[in-house]
Design a protein around this ligand. Structure first.
Ligand SMILES: Cc1cc2nc3c(=O)[nH]c(=O)nc-3n(C[C@H](O)[C@H](O)[C@H](O)COP(=O)(O)OP(=O)(O)OC[C@H]3O[C@@H](n4cnc5c(N)ncnc54)[C@H](O)[C@@H]3O)c2cc1C
Length: 471
């Protein structure tokens, strides 16, 4: 099969690796599968050049830090572990094991401490890691030759025909068997799947601005350590006028030899912070006034009774704004050889802490389903190789869409409710919010968290295939 993956972000890279791991090749003399990733953003190429240059170890955190930190939950970590144990250990060692969320409020009250881990012994915890550090770990497992730096300008697909991909540099169009849209929030593949009748330039499901903006970045871990933040602890602080989060996101060289992510360990030099606030109109994040953004940060949080926050807001520089955008619920994630994966299908509210985790689940799920249907058709080839593979791809895409949409809908609903906590509150609403968070400590692991962290992609795929055989 010739499979085009658009985008070399977390979902594009993980989809490539999962497909490489699981796809059975057709019997000789048929052609083996061909997987090509097209990445339009030169920054990825530039970043990779810097990271692999001789003095990569001397890179400042700023170079590696584009995009701040993210949390990998046990579900995302287990996808990585199943994908490749060495990659999994690289990721875990490059981040910091988080065993609990310490939730407090702007008034200085401790509200609850919640563990986000599996119920195994020893438990798998979460890992906080820089977004680029995660990408960098994964990127090392993809050969350079697999990624072509070209921007896709158009994708055309119709039932019964092979999809066509066009490039914005005028290079000749290519035909393939499947196009996997791992092209993020503003996915061109999603746009081509859903437009208004007769108007190809329209977009039926454009990204939705959630009315929240984030600022954040990296800080020395001493800001946290000197103010009593323990190893493995992530600070989550709610107030009437916004939200503040912080946590370690690296591990000390000694800690890297521990049984991570099953144990806590001393942090390395770097930590991250995050502040979210409500803003009716989406700001222009390309032309940020750093001084003004810093003034606003201080105005929002200077009265918050938390020494870590006070230390951070006095010392940080702000050079990016991150408005919160989500992908609206889609009726399907596939059509005529096109499949959406990661943010292209399901950009979630950051409150879910699940965007990258779900991208990993999506990739593994699709690869397992395609592998299953290909194996089945290769055993009993009834048509030409191309037709056999097209039908296998179609079935896999349908199964994938049916499996993933309900899971994402649940996560989306829950994270939208948590996102509301970050919007401005009057005194009564503020107190009710604190009461709700305080009461969370009486439920060690709630049902939603259990469903989230214990999700096992291979067994869910197995159940779905068994159910469809029983029909
Ligand atoms: C502020 C913030 C905080 C977050 N925190 C968390 C967290 O704590 N936990 C978590 O799990 N997730 C978190 N996420 C979400 C997570 O970062 C994303 O879900 C994840 O990175 C999605 O990866 P992706 O590969 O699907 O999309 P992207 O990373 O957007 O990658 C898409 C790629 O496609 C390329 N591309 C796009 N269009 C084209 C084209 N036409 N041609 C060629 N290439 C193209 C782009 O250049 C890009 O490299 C957060 C996100 C944000 C913004």
């Amino acid at each position: 099969m010739k499979i085009v993956i658009i985008g070399a972000g977390i979902s594009g890279i993980s989809t490539y690796l999962f497909l490489k791991k699981h796809l059975p090749n057709p019997a000789s003399p048929a052609e083996p599968h061909q997987l090509i990733i097209y990445e339009g953003h030169e920054a990825n190429k530039e970043l990779k050049r810097q990271l692999y240059s001789k003095d990569a170890t001397e890179q400042t955190t700023n170079t590696i830090a584009i995009g701040g930190g993210l949390g990998l939950g046990p579900n995302g970590l287990k996808c990585l572990e199943r994908l490749d144990e060495a990659l999994f250990h690289d990721v875990v060692r490059s981040g910091h094991t988080i065993t609990q969320w310490r939730m407090s409020c702007a008034r200085g009250w401790e509200l609850a401490s919640i563990g986000i881990q599996t119920e195994e012994d020893p438990p798998t915890n979460s890992v906080m890691i820089g977004r680029q550090a995660l990408w960098h770990c994964m990127r090392q497992y993809v050969p350079d030759i697999a990624i072509v730096h070209k921007k896709i300008s158009k994708v055309v697909a119709a039932a019964g025909q092979r999809p066509m991909v066009s490039f914005d540099d005028g290079a000749a169009d290519i035909e393939c068997d499947m196009v996997l849209g791992c092209d993020g929030l503003r996915s061109i593949v999603r746009k081509s799947m859903f437009h208004n009748e007769g108007d190809e330039s329209s977009e039926k499901y454009p990204p939705h601005y959630e009315g929240l903006v984030g600022v954040g970045g990296f800080i020395p871990s001493s800001y946290l350590r000197d103010n009593g933040v323990k190893n493995g602890e992530k600070g989550i602080v709610f107030g009437a006028n916004g939200f503040f989060g912080y946590g370690y996101n690296t591990t000390s060289p000694e800690g890297q030899s521990r049984n991570l992510p099953h144990e806590t360990c001393d942090p390395g030099d770097e930590a991250n912070w995050w502040s979210t606030y409500y803003l009716d109109e989406c700001p222009d994040w390309r032309s940020i006034d750093s001084e003004d953004a810093k003034r606003q940060l201080i105005a929002r949080h200077s009265s918050w009774k938390n020494p870590v926050i006070q230390k951070i807001i006095k010392n940080v520089k702000i050079d990016s704004l991150y408005p919160t955008w989500t992908t609206p619920g889609l009726p399907t994630w596939e059509r005529a050889g096109l499949v959406l994966i990661g943010d292209a299908a399901d950009a979630l509210h950051p409150s879910s802490g699940q965007g990258a985790n779900q991208a990993l689940e999506d990739s593994e799920c699709f690869a397992l389903l395609l592998a299953h249907h290909l194996k089945a058709t290769y055993l009993k080839p009834e048509r030409s190789q191309q037709e056999t593979e097209r039908l296998a791809g179609e079935q896999a895409a349908k199964n994938y869409s049916n499996m993933r949409i309900p899971r994402i809908e649940k996560i989306h609903q829950r994270s939208a409710a948590l996102g509301d906590f970050k919007k401005p509150k009057n005194l009564v609403q503020e107190m009710l919010m604190y009461l709700f968070i305080w009461s969370m400590k009486f439920f060690r692991v709630d049902t939603h968290t259990r469903e989230l962290t214990n999700y096992d992609v291979p067994s869910e795929v197995g159940k779905m295939l068994a159910a469809s055989r029983g029909k």
